[in-house]
Design a protein around this ligand. Structure first.
Ligand code: UD1
Length: 428
């Protein structure tokens, strides 16, 4: 089993280049099969979730590979329309392939994603969006069978602005005949990026990144190139790391416009943030100020994915910090692990109350999910003594070389590689 060892208490100084966005590249890789041609994706992060998407593409009969930070996909020889259970379990967001497979093959067979570590993982909105475009869906023994003649454009009113359902609807609509209107769409920057990709491929997409998106299916180009936007959650994690450790760090390759909900909270904690072009300089020292109550919300609100790393940075706040998690039911699994490091956190349903402590201490802790694992890394940078983090495969799903990045800016962090097994319960 791979582990990360961190000895805390060392200030960070230098530069980190922020990876491309995981939550952009996965739907873009899925959408690439619509064209039946070649897709080249730049700024692709090297993550196990990206490897999982490559495995799905290869299973479908596509050629797919990652060279450096560029993914090459050729879907001209695609032969299959099913995703086996083992691949669905490797990555919960595999459901994002549904709209693309259905539009391309008029048929799709996937297993139900079921529950996951952050709580129940419904896909009802994804399925009703497909039905609105003309698909017939049946479920038997946990398998979903979806069929359609050619999908046709329609009106999709989402009950909640689900990121995945908005993306699935946009992808399917791009392969459908006619115009689709999506209302109450999610507004995350990754949706804007998907819209740009679909447009580059030949669809006509308007309003991606706002609550109302229209999509008109188009004739796809043989060859599409796209550069993925920067990962705002990875950026938020590195800001949290600097807040925990103190120092002077410059993040490069960021889009500061997408970070405002995050930077507002860190500023309230006394962190000095100086944006300039596509860089962000971050300076902090001493115990952070308490930023008050942090409520996770759909974009442009504070992102649920940045809640665990922020909480880790707030453990040594000079006062009380309240978190209210409104997106996922089970997003505090890092809390008992942080408590092993001396954190004082009280949990009450969706509310977590952090009482800042003057010092944390190293401990042996286990990453329980991707962002919860990142929170342990952040806390370890602030803790006295050594922290050993196990189950780092969760962290590998979303961070490219986090240990190397942090040691390059002065952290005492090392990764010890071992054989990892998966439990098949992964998610964003
Ligand atoms: C995406 C992100 C994830 C992020 C989340 C919220 C990817 C790969 N993952 O996940 O990192 O945490 O957005 O910003 O981009 N819901 C339903 N029915 C559905 C779909 C969702 O009830 O059919 C609910 C969910 O249970 C959740 C809420 O909607 O409570 C938001 O989920 P959603 O926006 O769909 O998240 P994901 O797309 O799964």
């Amino acid at each position: 089993m791979s582990t990360i060892k961190i000895t805390g208490g060392r200030a960070l100084s230098g530069q980190i280049r922020v990876q491309g966005a995981k939550n952009s590249v996965l739907p873009i890789m899925a959408a690439s099969i619509l064209s039946g041609g070649e897709t080249v994706i730049h700024n692709c992060p090297r993550l196990t979730d990206v490897e999982a998407a490559i495995s799905i593409l290869r299973h479908l009969g596509c050629r797919a590979e990652l060279r450096g930070s560029t993914a090459y996909i050729d879907s001209s020889a695609m032969t299959r329309w099913d995703i086996p259970d083992v691949l669905m379990r490797r990555m919960r967001s595999s459901v994002i392939f549904l709209g693309a497979i259905l539009a391309r093959c008029h048929e799709a067979r996937l297993s139900m994603p079921g529950g996951c570590e952050l709580g129940p993982r419904p896909i009802d909105l994804h399925l009703s969006a497909m039905e609105r475009l003309g698909a017939e869906i049946t479920e038997r023994g946990g398998d979903l069978n979806c069929r359609a003649g050619r999908l046709t454009g329609g009106r999709i009113d989402l009950a909640i602005p689900s990121v995945g359902a908005t993306e699935n609807a946009m992808i399917a609509a791009s392969g459908a005949g006619g115009v689709t209107l999506i209302t109450n769409a999610a507004r995350e920057p990754e949706i804007r990026d998907l819209g740009d990709f679909l447009t580059a491929m030949g669809a006509r997409v308007h309003g991606a990144g706002t609550s109302t998106v229209t999509v008109e299916g188009g004739a796809f180009r043989e060859h599409t190139e796209h550069t993925v936007i920067p990962d705002r959650i990875a950026a938020a994690t590195y800001i949290a790391a600097l807040t925990a450790a103190g120092g002077d760090l410059t993040l490069t390759g960021v889009d500061n416009r997408d970070l405002s909900a995050v930077t507002e909270v860190f500023r309230a904690m006394g962190v000095e943030l100086t944006p300039s072009g596509d860089t962000l300089r971050v300076r902090a020292s001493g115990r952070p100020n308490p930023p008050g109550t942090v409520v996770t919300k759909p974009y442009p609100g504070f992102p649920t994915d940045a809640q665990p790393p922020l909480m880790a940075a707030a453990l040594r706040a000079a006062g009380t910090v309240v978190f209210v998690e409104t997106i996922f039911q089970n997003r505090y699994r890092h809390v008992p692990e942080l408590a092993r490091m001396g954190a004082d956190i009280r949990l009450d349903g969706r509310v977590a109350i952090v009482q800042g402590v003057s010092a944390l201490h190293g401990a042996r802790v286990e990453a329980t999910d991707l962002r919860g694992g990142a929170a342990l890394v952040v806390a370890a940078l602030a803790a006295q003594g050594e922290t050993e983090i196990t189950q780092v495969r969760h962290i590998d799903r979303g961070y490219e070389n986090i240990t190397d990045e942090l040691s390059s800016v002065g952290a005492a962090a090392e990764r010890i590689d071992g054989k990892d097994e998966t439990d098949g319960n992964e998610r964003a």
